[in-house]
Design a protein around this ligand. Structure first.
Ligand code: ZN
Length: 876
């Protein structure tokens, strides 16, 4: 590669700093051409540093240094060392005041890290290492400091000037606004935030369980003030939920959320001042789908929950990122489950994990939940850290039980409040309250990879025993981490051939219940179950009790039996998914097994007619596994043959169940008053799933119905579904018509426009790529806005399987060109966007080579550290 390779940082090299910054005073002067930042730091020796050292080391990136002082005395250039990324001095004092002044250029900041401008407002993004783009600082999470921030800005343009904590004073003089903020809670620099703009505020109140009155504010650009109700309601629900479920209360008098259009991620948990991607906070029934409402509720909860899991207790170093992210995802998933449909939330999360995290673990960027090394930490905000990290916390709860888990979380929060902790500390708390030795369990943190678990049955009629033999094996991963047996909690139950659930009575007397949690800890292990009269079907890994790839010895008939009779709803869906996968793979090779198709059809009809099954679950039962799941089952399988087989199965279902679907579609209610509540959400989800099948089976008849829905819908859920289906399956004239109608209806709405872009790239025909390129030239497309990049380029590569993976390799070429271009502006986004190409080894040889060729080409260019890490690892 044409540049000096970036260096890796290792967990084993962690050392506490010699000094720590106890208090931080920041003074921002927001001027038209640049910003001046004056900082005054109260520095002390760090009692946690074991080795004697006088080195005071500050991080800094792309800063113009104007002045440095120690204890009031200006330093000459020979009195400190400056590199491209640091400033340091040797100092023989126990306490001192360090001051410096820097100049920065927010309007040139296209990376969206540090202080930048989004749509005319100033905002910051400091996690993970953005604060060093604002001023020289110990920009590491184990340095906790009390921040006081003064902002001076032009009153006309920036009357709203916000930072963390409480507003101390706000004055207006000589056309300037001067605001001073103080946050009493010590925090690492990554939680710092500043916002200045001309914003409108929507306000509400919340009283905590101990009687604290909290003001809740959401700040948005003019014109968006009607889109805040759902986020405010979600915030209040989150606050109540965290009190009830975790005993955690909010700790400041003010909680603010700001919506910004230009944001690399979803949202950020800055203390007292969350900053959100506007697409993750703004919603009305007319402009946002039920899925968006659910996502907003989950993200508002996620960021709020970080106030304890992340802010009050933070991370010692970035290797511990999952300490806050895995735990907080677990918390927000439970919150969403309690607010909506628990069953659906779990199915969605499992599908997401298998579609995204399993491939990551099998690819070049594989890493453990607590990685051992990284080059660029921004590349480690991954599905492994977040979603697998959440699964690991979930397994701890499964093993301990809900009550002990809560005790463990209380002990964790109480012990480490105000500190920077590690994943070991978290597990320590769980060990303390349970008396369990979790040493082996911790391999889930240190070893990457998706374990393969096989479970086989042996039935002995004479002794009436069923013996289960489990074997686990974890393939090598790209990070080279060790693979020793994991502790795999297998939630299981038994279903007799007549459909009745059986009790589990194990020979060692550990289990006697309708459901047991079997801990598989060895490479191979058995469980003997007594009192079994005939061979039962075994229902394994209920609720996906561990993130593994399971292989069992159930027959097709037994799976059909479980689809109809398993008391565990998750496993009914899972058995259905397994049959779908089996049928699709049959079709890839030859033809569907007719008998299996018939049996499946009967099961589906039964489920659809069963009033005890939620509507939303019915919709999930009709959703086929994504193409990417097949690469895990059959390495190097031709992805387009999978796509074709999957389409054939969809068409078969659409045709065979047409009458049932028609009848159901007609009988489901249409609500005139939109509410985001489980019953309505379920009906809309099922109805729209049915509409898709009906269109597949009979376009002629249903295109008109879809068009009518598109035109008459009173909510975005129904309108967008109809829009999407017409664009994807409709004839060209109809597709073009809805594309232009939708644009004229929504041209002023940034959030809806994202969907307009996204839907168009999902249509697959001979013109797809040229349509995508045309969209990049559209006047409403902006390279500076990550949401638009994701909606066009990201959605094309991730969701349009047929066109992206077209045999000519043109899809790959397009993606690589775009990645190279975007890397010049926004390295974080470029490094994420290149993802689909990096899994080249999983695809068939010809595709894999074409993908790799594009990576080779990228590697000849000068790349950002972010993109360099991903490209070099995927070629290595
Ligand atoms: Zn988070």
């Amino acid at each position: 590669m044409s540049q000096a390779p970036a260096k890796a940082i290792f967990l084993k090299d962690y050392l506490p700093p010699a000094f720590t910054t106890k208090e931080t005073f920041l003074d921002f002067e927001l001027l038209p051409e640049h910003t001046i930042v004056r900082s005054r730091l109260l520095v002390e020796r760090n009692p946690k540093c074991g080795v004697p050292s006088n080195l005071f080391l500050l991080d800094g990136n792309e800063l113009e240094l104007l002045e440095v002082r120690v204890d009031g005395q200006p330093l000459g250039e020979s009195e400190y060392q400056q590199t491209a990324t640091s400033l340091s001095l040797e100092i023989d004092k126990d306490q001192f005041v360090f001051e410096c002044t820097t100049r920065i250029y927010p309007d040139r900041n296209t990376a969206l890290e540090g202080l930048y401008i989004s749509g005319g407002m100033y905002c910051t993004q400091c996690e993970a290492e953005g604060f060093r783009r604002i001023t020289f600082f110990q920009d590491r999470p184990d340095v906790l400091s009390v921040f006081t921030t003064k902002i001076t800005a032009d009153l006309d343009k920036y009357p709203t000037a916000l930072s963390n904590g409480n507003l101390v004073t706000r004055t207006e003089e000589n056309g300037k606004v001067i605001a001073e903020w103080h946050d009493p809670f010590p925090k690492p620099s990554y939680l710092f935030a500043l916002v200045a703009g001309d914003l409108i505020c929507q306000e509400d109140r919340f009283t905590t369980q101990s009687g604290r009155n909290v003001t809740l504010q959401i700040f948005v650009e003019q014109g968006n003030e009607h889109k805040c109700d759902h986020a405010l309601a979600s915030l209040k629900r989150s606050m109540t939920w965290d009190e009830e479920v975790y005993g955690r209360e909010y700790d400041l008098d003010l909680f603010m959320i700001v919506a910004v259009d230009h944001f690399n991620m979803g949202a950020m948990e800055n203390k007292g001042l969350n900053i959100f991607n506007s697409s993750c906070v703004l919603a009305t029934p007319e402009t946002a789908t039920d899925d968006a409402f659910a996502r907003i509720e989950g993200i508002v909860g996620h960021e709020y929950f970080h106030n304890w899991s992340g802010n009050r207790v933070t991370c010692r170093d970035w290797f511990q990122l999952s300490l806050k992210e895995g735990f907080t995802v677990f918390r927000d998933a439970e919150f969403s489950s309690d607010m909506g449909s628990r069953a659906v939330k779990r199915l969605e999360d499992v599908s997401f994990l298998r579609q995204h995290q399993f491939p990551e673990d099998a690819g070049p960027m594989a890493h453990a939940v607590r990685p051992a090394s990284y080059m660029e930490i921004s590349n480690f905000y991954t599905v492994t850290i977040y979603e697998k990290g959440s699964e690991v916390v979930g397994m701890l709860r499964t093993i301990l039980g809900a009550d002990l888990f809560r005790k463990g979380s209380d002990l964790y929060f109480d012990t480490f409040d105000g500190q920077a902790a590690t994943t070991d500390d978290f597990v320590w708390a769980m060990e303390q309250v349970s008396g369990k030795d979790l040493t082996q369990f911790k391999r889930w943190y240190s070893q990457a990879g998706t374990p393969r678990l096989s479970v086989r049955r042996a039935f002995d009629a004479a002794s009436q025993t069923l013996t289960l033999t489990a074997a686990q094996h974890t393939p090598e991963t790209a990070d080279g981490s060790k693979k020793e047996p994991f502790v795999i909690p297998v939630a299981l139950g038994l279903v007799a051939q007549n459909g009745n659930a059986l009790a589990i009575e194990s020979e060692d007397k550990r289990f006697n219940a309708a459901q047991a949690v079997w801990l598989v800890e060895e490479a191979e292990q058995t469980l003997v179950i007594n009192g079994i009269a005939e061979l039962p079907a075994v229902s394994l890994l209920r609720d996906f009790s561990a993130p593994v790839l399971l292989e069992d010895d159930l027959t097709d008939q037994e799976r059909i039996l479980l689809i109809g009779n398993d008391p565990n709803g998750y496993n009914r869906w899972e058995q259905c998914q397994i049959i779908y996968k089996k049928l699709i793979l049959q079709k890839v090779d030859a033809e569907f097994d007719e008998a299996l198709l018939k049996a499946l059809k009967q099961s589906l009809r039964q489920l659809l007619q069963d009033d005890a099954v939620e509507n939303a679950v019915k919709a999930e039962l009709l959703s086929l596994p994504a193409e990417s799941e097949f690469l895990q089952l059959v390495p190097n399988i031709d992805i387009l043959s999978v796509e074709a087989a999957r389409e054939a199965l969809r068409l078969w279902i659409a045709t065979e169940l047409f009458a049932d679907f028609e009848q159901m579609f007609g009988s489901l209610e249409s609500y005139s008053d939109y509410a985001f509540e489980p019953e309505q959400v379920g009906v809309r989800k099922l109805k729209n799933t049915l509409l898709e099948y009906l269109l597949l089976a009979n376009l002629e008849q249903y295109q008109g119905i879809a068009l009518a829905q598109f035109e008459q819908a009173s909510n975005m859920t129904d309108q967008l579904s109809a829009f999407k289906y017409i664009v994807q399956y409709g004839d060209e004239a109809a597709a073009n018509k809805v594309i232009s109608v939708f644009l004229s209806q929504w041209a002023d709405d940034v959030q809806v426009l994202e969907q307009w872009f996204r839907v168009q790239v999902s249509r697959s025909d001979e013109n797809t790529l040229s349509r995508v390129k045309t969209l990049l030239d559209h006047e409403l497309f902006e390279y500076q806005n990550p949401n638009k990049i994701r909606a066009v380029i990201g959605a094309f590569a991730m969701t349009n399987v047929k066109s992206f993976h077209a045999a000519d390799g043109k899809g790959y070429e397009f993606l690589a060109e775009q990645v190279a271009k975007i890397d010049q502006m926004n390295p974080q986004i470029a490094a994420r966007l290149v993802g689909p190409l990096t899994k080249w080894k999983s695809y068939d040889l010809s595709r894999g080579q074409k993908m790799k060729a594009q990576l080779d080409l990228l590697a000849t260019k000068v790349l950002s550290k972010d993109l360099y890490e991903v490209v070099s690892k995927s070629l290595g």
